[in-house]
Write a protein that binds this ligand. Structure first.
Ligand code: RNT
Ligand code: ZN
Length: 423
């Protein structure tokens, strides 16, 4: 895109928004504060580095479909990919690691043995990139998770194993936060549940509560670690019951002052995560978001700029809660260029926040309070065709990253030079 054209379009856009009382410069300043956490697992379809050919196991209720060439198989490749992704994104991002992505140096390190040293390379990488890291215990793709239960297991050996694993992830995450000077969000998601109608839901939920209480016994400073828990409606092969449901974790997080993660693939399709934000924020100090795109089920398609995402961003901005929401992405599509998947999804999320920041909120609120619902709806419709893209293009230009479709050819080149050479 030609620089003068981008600037010209931006100046025009700026005027159009200003006429509605919206300050584009202020919006871009706020957009810069939105640090999106890039989920490392899109780069390799949730395989991890425990063994050279590790793959997402079945039984965890999640699935990556597709076999597009070029997935990252080593830490070096993953770092290279994330560096490339970040070079194509305006603003700055964080990295979200799962525990199976450590530097295990070819040795067998079971989940109850992981230590800070296995993640020091990532911490150093983040230091160099001046960014933060978020973390996740990996309670799936493991023989002790194969019967459907981990932290809520009636098998005490398995349960203890997973409690130890999660305890260790908290310790590692706190160390990441300490070394990097920005707290690490450690998010617990377990698939625990059952395929068919269980009769003892109560016991599994009681066990999960007990496990979490044990896990959270150690206190870490808030500046280092934020604990989060992620509920889910159901998983594949776990359709009848999920132990860690929304009610369970909302109640647990409220009572114990923890974060709750809202993944917009984890609810009934007619529910809107955007609507839940101002509800839970009345009771929780902070939340974590997993932004994804479910099609018919929690399919984790690449995030796009759709209604779902718009409402999520609008509700955060309208509630003036940008500083209370930790934003992460969570999808894994193995059927297309994975670098492209990151850039599309992250740009879509940024666009949604920018769209929300460019909303003439005060005017809309005035209409609402005066009962002028025609005027409110009309203005919301008008905003959909305002030159949002011109403002985002300008943001890319001033951040020195490819503008609009210009990133496509950069990724094509990377595929040719790097991805296609991976066997
Ligand atoms: C699964 C959850 C969870 C995972 C990652 C890999 O349904 O969304 O967040 O996607 O932990
Ligand atoms: Zn998620």
């Amino acid at each position: 895109m030609r620089k003068d054209k981008v600037l010209q379009s931006y100046n025009d856009a700026k005027e159009q928004y200003a006429a509605l009382g919206v300050d584009t410069e202020a919006a871009l300043k706020k957009l810069n504060q939105v640090k999106i956490s890039l989920h490392c697992w899109q780069a390799d379809d949730v395989g991890g580095f425990e063994t050279p050919d590790a793959e997402l196991g079945s039984g965890g209720g999640i699935q990556a479909t597709g076999n597009y060439p070029g997935k990252a198989k080593t830490i070096d490749q993953l770092m290279q990919d994330i560096d490339k992704v970040m070079s194509l994104l305006p603003g700055s991002q964080r990295l979200n690691l799962h525990a199976i992505y450590g530097d295990f140096e070819g040795k067998k390190v079971d989940r109850n043995q992981i230590e800070v040293k296995h993640f020091q390379r990532w911490i150093d990488w983040a230091k160099k990139n001046k960014t933060g890291i978020d973390f996740n215990p990996t309670c799936f793709s493991h023989p002790y998770a194969a019967d459907g239960f981990t932290l809520s297991s009636k098998n005490e050996d398995y349960r203890k194993f997973w409690v130890e694993h999660v305890k260790r992830t908290r310790k590692i995450a706190a160390e990441m936060g300490k070394q990097l000077g920005t707290p690490s969000v450690n998010n617990i998601w377990i698939h625990d549940g059952s395929k068919d109608l269980p009769v003892d839901r109560n016991a599994h939920r009681a066990i999960l509560k007990k496990s979490l209480d044990e896990i959270f016994l150690v206190d870490y400073p808030k500046e280092y670690l934020k604990d989060s828990m992620e509920p889910k409606l159901f998983g594949i092969g776990l359709e009848a019951m999920t132990v860690g449901s929304a009610e369970f974790y909302l109640a647990y997080a409220t009572r114990n002052k923890k974060l709750m993660c809202l993944d917009n693939g984890h609810f009934h399709p007619t529910e809107q995560v955007g609507d839940k934000i101002s509800a839970v924020l009345q009771f929780l100090d902070e939340i974590l978001l997993h932004i994804t795109r479910p099609i018919r089920w929690d399919s984790d398609h690449v995030v796009i700029f759709n209604d779902d995402l718009q409402l999520i961003a609008q509700e955060i901005v309208r509630a003036n809660a940008l500083n209370r929401v930790n934003v992460g992405l969570d999808y894994f599509d193995a059927s297309l260029n994975r670098i492209g998947a990151y850039v599309i999804g992250t740009r879509a999320a940024q666009l949604a926040f920018l769209y929300a920041l460019l909303e003439p909120y005060e005017t809309l609120k005035k209409y609402e309070e005066a009962g002028q619902s025609f005027e409110r709806l009309a203005l919301m419709e008008v905003m959909k065709t305002k030159p949002l893209g011109a403002v985002y293009d300008y943001y890319c230009l001033t951040n020195d990253v490819p503008v609009a479709e210009d990133y496509i050819s950069v990724i094509q080149q990377y595929e040719k030079d790097v991805l296609s050479k991976r066997v």
